[in-house]
Ligand binder design. Structure first.
Ligand SMILES: NC(=O)c1ccc[n+]([C@@H]2O[C@H](COP(=O)([O-])OP(=O)(O)OC[C@H]3O[C@@H](n4cnc5c(N)ncnc54)[C@H](O)[C@@H]3O)[C@@H](O)[C@H]2O)c1
Length: 364
């Protein structure tokens, strides 16, 4: 064991932190590694990347965590509790499997896998090793989305009328299957978190387009019904000139807008009909004279993952998540699988498979 590894183990033991290796030192891995290093829950115990210079550079920037070319080397050389997978999508499943088989908890870049079937394989492996598996759906744990969840679950919005989601970006991710797998997972994860019944649609209808001839859909629409038959629409576009991420949830009393691109991840509320009483809202919302009462939350892009890594540590420490590792991520995969089938049938409604692991439905 080298001096860096010994130092790192010493730090972890001292502070009772969970030791974690970040696998993949690219855009996502670097950001996550920084967040982990700043967290009191975690000890950044190793960095892995086959690009040795990239791994060394990230290690240097973040206080000298030992770095390796492969996950196997890291598992051999450093005592780890957990692995965070931020490799290109085609390596995610194999890398996560290696970690789970070694008995390590795993935090996996979104989406959790490239199909529901492969997601279920990861869940089964996590369950058989009694470790926590979680997808990096970072928005779901931010204060703004937590607050939105409180509003929806408390019934403050009234009866749900419709849900409208827009997620656009400016460049296709060549590693992803298409725009749905690239941009929809985070929005679907938010809906699963905040809708009173989660993502429980029986079928979806979707169609996509590839106007630039890239070989995969870059623009797409997804429609599905909520439990009370209200309509939900999700628009994704990778060829836009602006980056947008907005979720509108309209109820019979109040309509809420979550805007992931505005500073502070703002949440805004308006009465659905003029003259409706907003009396169920906290005082600071009611007192605003703006047409939309707006509140900001501390959630810059860097901040989003702060809440995620805290939640991941909580699930490990409280053994919460051992019984059904990230059922939410599986429901997202089930929707994406159904979207793919619907697209291949020109938008025909396609059933959403209920996620099933080890012979039983995965509970929320
Ligand atoms: N960048 C984003 O905004 C974004 C958003 C959502 C999801 N993702 C997903 O996150 C993952 C990483 O994306 P990124 O943008 O950081 O990619 P990236 O290309 O910037 O970084 C990937 C890194 O992984 C390394 N790598 C390749 N094979 C490896 C292996 N077997 N073991 C360890 N490291 C390996 C590469 O050398 C590279 O440094 C992808 O699955 C991507 O789809 C990225």
């Amino acid at each position: 064991m080298n001096a860096d590894a010994e130092k790192s183990i010493g730090r972890a033991a001292e502070a009772g932190r969970l030791g974690i290796a970040v696998i993949g030192a690219g855009v996502r891995g670097s950001r996550l590694a920084r967040t982990l290093q700043e967290s009191r829950d975690w000890n950044l115990a190793a960095i892995c990347d086959p690009d040795a210079m990239r791994a060394a550079e990230l290690s240097r920037k973040l206080g000298g965590a030992p770095h390796f070319g492969t996950i196997d080397e890291a598992l051999d050389c450093v005592p780890l509790d957990t692995v965070a997978v931020a490799t290109p999508l085609r390596f995610v499943h194999g890398t996560a499997m290696t970690a789970l088989r070694a008995g390590k908890h795993a935090l996996v870049e979104r989406p959790l896998a490239d199909s529901l079937e492969r997601g279920l394989e990861l869940v089964a492996e996590a369950q058989s090793n009694s470790v926590v598996l979680m997808a990096n759906h970072a928005h779901s744990f931010t204060p703004a989305v937590q607050h939105l969840r409180t509003l929806t679950l408390s019934g403050s919005l009234g009866e749900l009328l419709f849900v409208d989601v827009v997620r656009t970006g400016t460049l296709p991710d060549p590693a992803q299957r298409d725009v749905f797998w690239d941009l929809a997972p985070e929005s679907l994860a938010i809906l699963d978190r905040v809708l009173p019944e989660g993502l429980n649609s029986r079928e979806v209808s979707a169609f996509g387009g590839d106007p630039l001839g890239t070989g995969r859909d870059c623009v797409g629409h997804v429609n599905f019904r909520l439990g009370n038959d209200a309509l939900a629409h999700l628009y994704v576009n990778r060829l836009s000139c602006v980056i947008r991420h907005q979720v509108v949830i309209a109820g019979s009393r109040l309509t809420v807008l979550w805007d992931g691109m505005r500073p502070g991840n703002q949440l805004s509320v308006v009465a659905s009909k003029p003259g409706w009483d907003t009396g169920t809202l906290p005082g600071h919302w009611r007192e605003s004279r703006q047409p939309w009462n707006t509140e900001s939350f501390p959630a810059a892009i860097h901040g989003q993952e702060t809440h995620l890594v805290a939640e991941f540590a909580r699930r490990i420490r409280e053994a919460d998540g051992l019984a059904s590792p990230d059922a939410s991520a599986l429901r997202v995969l089930a929707m994406l699988d159904a979207v793919a089938v619907s697209c291949s049938r020109e938008g025909m409604a396609s059933p959403v498979q209920p996620p099933v692991a080890a012979g039983k439905a995965v509970k929320p």
